[in-house]
Design a protein around this ligand. Sequence first.
Ligand code: AOF
Ligand code: ZN
Length: 359
Amino acid sequence: MSAAQYMDRALFLAARGRGRTSPNPLVGAVVVAPDGVVVGQGAHERAGGPHAEVRALDAAGGRACGATLYCTLEPCCHVGRTGPCVERIVDAGIAKVVAAVEDPNPLVSGRGFRYLRSRGVAVEVGLGAAAASAINQPFFTLVRAGRPFVTLKAATSLDGCIAARAGVRTSLTSAEADRHAQRARAGVDAIGIGSGTVLADDPLLTVRGAYREQPLTRVIFDRRLRTPPAARVLSTAAAGPVIIITCAGAASARARRALEAAGARVEVAADASLGAALRLLGASGIGSLLLEGGAVLHAAAWDEGLVDYVRLYVTPRTLGPGGVRLFDGRRFRSGRLLNLRVEPVGVDALIEGYVHGPH
Ligand code: AOF
Ligand code: ZN
């Protein structure tokens, strides 16, 4: 097997932790003896659990001596919930570490590599870097920008509308597209909607027909606290917390108490921007957020440059000139999305891609 194939294996292992490691990264590791035999492998399977390198070294035992360690992220050099991986690597007698990307965590950020080199371990960085950063977009965005990675999701008509009229729920997509969207909910830390959507649609915001291990946080961006305490989402506490984000001075203490009594966690952002609200979520360890609408929230996210990824379900019908347009009046072209993917989902077309490229 080639070095690239060992790294592919480490990336494959990393994916085992999908949906369970947040706010930690997905990490995989493979220990390869000098004769090319894989003698140990491991993944970081859940937040708080052992790191991938430690699992792989445990599996390799004495055979790690003189071996090469392939890992998808720079090995850590700090004591968090678990000990520093670099010490375990040196103690095991690993001769060389091949890592895909540096860990942007300020506690690590190159120090892991420096420690290894200072102890005579050869270090190579960059093999598989694109794939390794793609799988860890939530972790990288959280560490670098202090906010979750934002995926904007919308269903539109052929003529680019998300609803027939403002404030009116318009069912657009096929059952297949709805199932696809449900599965997407299973893969993020949080889903967010604006208070206008609560008032118009009164959605449950739960995951149906797809399994998830961690609770799903539901976020309502609601500067004026317009959410009614009887909103259906507040009856779904078993699915995960409901956070309502308001801003100082805008909401009455009475409205706040009523929502808290109904089970919501009301948080006050530093200012009225969406960026401030997202930083609050980042501070509670939310690494990925699916923004489901409506038009006002989508536009705010776009205008503040906070949309990292766009996922559109386009349905083959038109809504005509009275419809509410997605990104009304803004310069958005789905053809400009990066790593663009287009895929049929039932009779609809899924169009998705990065806005600025992976972080
Ligand atoms: C690694 N290997 O498998 C992971 C790493 O709370 P802790 O102790 O698990 O530390 C989490 C931090 O460690 C996380 O923010 C990231 O910088 C790094 N994660 N490092 O060497 C792993 N999961
Ligand atoms: Zn570690």
